[in-house]
Design a protein around this ligand. Structure first.
Ligand code: 0WK
Ligand code: BGC
Ligand code: BGC
Length: 924
């Protein structure tokens, strides 16, 4: 195999176009021919070097390491699975670029039954050279014109046609229907296309044509169409290999190895674009002077060097250059050339293939060369055949080295020593010149002996394959439309958010006036934020959030020192009797006191009670209604401070001085206010949500006095309970509300807070599964289980780093098997739900800070908001979305959000300290 057989040579006299210096003697000319053909000889070592270097370049590009221009591109194609034969429907396929100066339109009907297929109808259109080299718009208009000419001949509707676009050039794909041309190859060089989305260019051209409404749903590289068009039953083919005017291959790579993709499971089809491989180190010795000459004259000098040694567009030209060279050296055609022999592109691939054919070749050689105006001597024909064979064989062997690199990559990627693989072949070099495949096969066996490779000719040049991808894309596009329709109500625009801010403002004023309003605007009897003079030890309780905490808060000149312990409130206690709940609370206090050595001490106690209470004083709070999953009996309508004191009494020998009851928003405001006196708003976005702020006392109709301030607990969780948010409420919100223990209550909270977001997402996932959009329509018991989709999952899933991997891990734990498209859609559902929550929360804060600004008649207000709550703190984007919405809806307020470090327990202690100080002063 390594040596190419030597050739016989003969003498000739000088003629026009003939070389003047005397013809070489037979022995010299054979040397010349041998030396000439020697150049096309690629040794096994060189093939191995090319294989190794190409493999290295593939793995570098997969790793996302910036690769030198001469490397392969390894472009992800967004085709994630080989066809499962169930695809069905009628599709239009437009093929551009695979077969050089022609494009093909096909009508493909997929019958969706494994192994069954209908013969597609197709038509080829020759592309005029001026169109291949002219403005891009002209090329796409030409394609659109061919499309309608083809469809005119078919009895098809003019509406709702779905098209798959096979575009055989290197493209950066960002989706199945979004693909940006990197650079033209082969005979194309239209202006205004490189760097542009070719799907959009085609859509625009079809629109300009206006004859048909065609939806371009997928764009694929011809290698992908070839791989996907592999005859089911023999496949699936996991490599697509094309040798036509150009050459390239694609294969199914493990998604986790493709750095640019955030995927860790499954496979993705990667277009290698090996045409651009030109590692001078290994290709240098293989590139002949003829290759350099061809490259210099090509449309893209220096580019696609590897392709220019293999692609059908170039083989004819290489042969022509060699023949011209040998003629000018007097070795061939009696040293005579002809204008045709000297003109670019006069020898085509077909000519080479025919001429090299050992059987019919000689006669064809004569015929073809006569057409080129050459007089063919006796030995010329044989010599020409040698030249054709040399060029052709080298092409097949180089192609084999490249394919062997892909096979080696598959062995690495699948950690398989022995690889069994089916390679789909496409392109006219394979279709018309079977010897190409046999040389290639032989060489692959040499270079990759441990690979058992079967070569499967692609069905109708990949048209079927493109239709398969289009069917998958059409299904995904339909799913995407259903997803967008489902999520659209969650996408709130500026007008809607401004309306929420205005409605909240209106409800605030009504609430302050004591008029009917979904915002109770409860006075808290906290009239001032701490001034730093507070001192002493205080006990604090923090009930109502994720955790119940008992705290010892030591306030000194040097600052605040907190010791705390978290206790659980079991659901049966939270939803048991009030007595049981408060006895449980006192048990925890006693346990804490014992652990802290405080037993018997009666420290002033501040009680953060995070539920709506009408306060009659700092230490009097009538529980209006439970929220957040609490529902202890005999508490609503009761003064919870009394309930606590009764529980303390029931537990004799415990002395506790309950001084203040505060809402967690107030505790949070006070806690942050201790560090930043401008902190006049408290915000909680955790299990529940709520806000408080310092209101002008004169605006609080229910509390006497009109100077100074009063902190108002807005209880904004109930905002909208009067129906004012119904326009925004979705059926999913209604599902969550109906399933809650307080239907019709806490509307705003149920669209924002941690107790409900996971449930909203779960209901949306169930809906999308019922539409067949998700999880192949397979509903699972687990996903139908209430509260199974935790809100913390949203924070994990939306974390920038491992988004899709998180989605998979979480949903697989829920017993769901999902595709990467499923994972992407679940991520989008989580993003839509949390974004709406953050924006609504931001609209609420904007209403509050605008109220304070207008209260004080300020042009601009600078204010801080103390914030706490697991959702706000842990969700990767919630806080920034809230801040962005506040900037948008309250542009005249400079708002700083301070995340509370110590929770509201510290705030409760500070409120208690202020009360003790004021009581002290009152006693003095
Ligand atoms: C921590 C505060 C507590 C508040 C909670 C809210 O100390 O008073 O209720 O944040 O966040 P959640 O725990 O509900 O996420
Ligand atoms: C293009 C590839 C294409 C190959 C075969 C090359 O010039 O860059 O995208 O697959 O030709 O048509
Ligand atoms: C309660 C509020 C509390 C908020 C945050 C709501 O459910 O009604 O009082 O501030 O949750 O915890």
């Amino acid at each position: 195999m390594d040596s190419i057989g030597s050739v016989g040579l003969r003498q000739r006299e000088g003629a026009p176009g003939c070389s003047q210096e005397g013809l070489p003697c037979p022995s010299d000319s054979s040397e010349l021919v041998l030396e000439c053909l020697q150049q096309f000889k690629v040794t096994k070592t060189q093939l191995r070097q090319i294989q190794a270097s190409l493999l290295g370049s593939m793995e570098q590009a997969l790793g996302g390491q910036a690769s030198p221009a001469s490397a392969v591109r390894m472009l992800p194609t967004y085709v994630g699975s080989t066809p499962h034969g169930t695809e069905q429907g009628d599709f239009v396929v437009l093929e551009l670029g695979a077969t050089g100066a022609s494009l093909r339109v096909l009508w493909v009907t997929l019958v969706g039954i494994e192994g069954h297929r209908m013969e597609p109808r197709s038509q080829e259109f020759v592309i005029p050279p001026e169109v291949m080299l002219g403005p891009g718009q002209q090329l796409f208009d030409f394609a659109a014109h061919c499309l309608s000419e083809f469809l005119d001949a078919l009895p098809v509707d003019k509406e709702g046609l779905q098209l798959g676009f096979s575009f055989s050039f290197p493209c950066h794909q960002t989706g199945l229907d979004r693909s940006t041309l990197i650079s033209w190859t082969k005979g194309f060089r239209c202006s205004g296309v490189e760097g542009h989305d070719v799907v959009q260019l085609l859509r625009d051209a079809i629109k300009r044509q206006g004859a048909y409404s065609i939806d371009v749903v997928a764009v694929v590289n011809d290698t992908v169409g070839t791989m996907m068009g592999c005859e089911p039953g023999v496949g699936p083919c996991e490599v697509g290999l094309v040798v036509d005017t150009g050459t390239n291959a694609c294969y199914m790579e493990e998604a986790r190895h493709v750095a640019v993709l955030d995927e860790d499971r499954g496979r993705v089809c990667v277009s290698v674009e090996w045409g651009s491989f030109s590692d001078d180190g290994v290709l240098g010795p293989v590139l002949t002077t003829f290759d350099h000459a061809l490259d210099r004259e090509s449309l893209n000098p220096g580019a696609q060097r590897f392709e220019k040694m293999i692609g059908g567009l170039y083989l004819g030209e290489l042969v022509r250059l060699v023949l011209a060279h040998l003629a000018q050296r007097g070795v061939l055609f009696g040293g005579c050339t002809s204008p045709a022999l000297l003109s670019h592109g006069s020898i085509l691939l077909e000519h080479v293939a025919e001429m090299k054919d050992p059987l019919a070749g000689a006669a064809r050689v004569h015929a073809i060369l006569r057409d080129l105006g050459l007089s063919v001597g006796a030995s010329d024909a044989e010599l020409v055949q040698y030249v054709c064979a040399a060029v052709f064989t080298r092409a097949a062997r180089l192609c084999a080295a490249a394919l062997a690199a892909v096979l080696a990559r598959l062995q690495h990627s699948r950690e398989q020593q022995v690889l069994q693989i089916a390679v789909a072949t496409g392109g006219r070099v394979f279709e018309r010149h079977p010897s190409f495949l046999s040389i290639l096969q032989e060489t692959v066996m040499l270079l990759a002996p441990e690979c058992d490779v079967s070569f499967i000719p692609s069905v109708d040049g990949g048209g079927q394959g493109v239709a398969m991808v289009t069917a998958v894309a059409a299904r995904l596009a339909a799913h995407r439309r259903l997803l967008e329709e489902t999520l659209a109500p969650f996408r709130l625009d500026h007008e809607q958010l401004a309306a929420v801010r205005a409605q909240m403002r209106e409800a605030m004023v009504k609430g302050l006036q004591g008029e009917a309003s979904s915002l109770r605007m409860l006075p808290t009897y906290v009239r001032a934020t701490p001034d730093g003079t507070e001192r002493g030890d205080f006990l604090a309780l923090d009930l109502g959030g994720t955790n119940f905490r008992v705290l010892l808060v030591r306030v000194t000149a040097g600052g605040v020192k907190i010791t705390s312990q978290v206790y659980s409130i079991p659901e049966y206690v939270a939803q048991g009797s009030g007595q049981q709940l408060f006895d449980h609370i006192v048990d925890c206090i006693v346990d804490f006191q014992q652990k802290q050595g405080l037993s018997g001490q009666s420290l002033p106690l501040g009680f953060t009670f995070s539920f709506p209470c009408r306060q009659l004083g700092l230490d009097q709070g009538i529980l209006l209604n439970w929220t957040k999953g609490f529902n202890a009996s005999d508490c609503e309508g009761q003064d919870v401070v009394c309930l606590l004191r009764e529980a303390i009494r029931r537990r004799q020998a415990v002395e506790l001085n309950v001084v203040a009851i505060v809402n967690d928003t107030v505790g949070t405001m006070m806690s942050c206010g201790y560090e930043d006196p401008r902190c006049e708003v408290g915000l909680i976005v955790g299990t529940g949500t709520n806000a408080c702020y310092m209101e002008e006392l004169q605006n609080v109709a229910t509390v006497p006095g009109d100077s100074g301030h009063m902190c108002i607990n807005m209880e904004w969780g109930a905002f909208g309970d009067d129906g004012s948010l119904d326009l925004l409420r979705t059926c999913f919100d209604a599902n969550v509300d109906q399933a809650s223990i307080n239907p019709g209550k806490q509307s705003f909270e149920k669209m924002i807070s941690g107790m409900y977001l996971g449930e909203i997402v779960r209901h949306i996932l169930l809906h999308l599964t019922s539409l067949g959009v998700l999880f192949r329509g397979q509903q699972t018991q687990r996903l139908q289980t209430r509260d199974i989709f935790k809100t913390k999952f949203l924070s994990e899933i939306e974390s920038d780093s491992l988004a899709l991997r998180q989605v998979r891990a979480i949903l697989e734990d829920l017993g769901l098997s999902l595709t990467s498209d499923d994972a992407l859609m679940v991520l989008e559902v989580c993003q839509a739900v949390s974004q709406r929550a953050a924006q609504l929360c931001g609209a609420g804060v904007a209403a509050v800070v605008e109220k304070i600004r207008e209260n004080r008649g300020l042009e601009e207000l600078t204010v801080s908001v103390g914030v706490d709550g697991t959702l706000y703190k842990l969700h990767p984007h919630f806080s920034s979305l809230v801040a962005a919405t506040v900037r948008e809806l309250a542009p005249r307020c400079v708002v700083t959000f301070l995340q509370s470090e110590d929770g509201s327990g510290k705030g409760a202690a500070l409120v208690t300290a202020v009360a003790c100080r004021l009581a002290q002063m009152a006693r003095v």
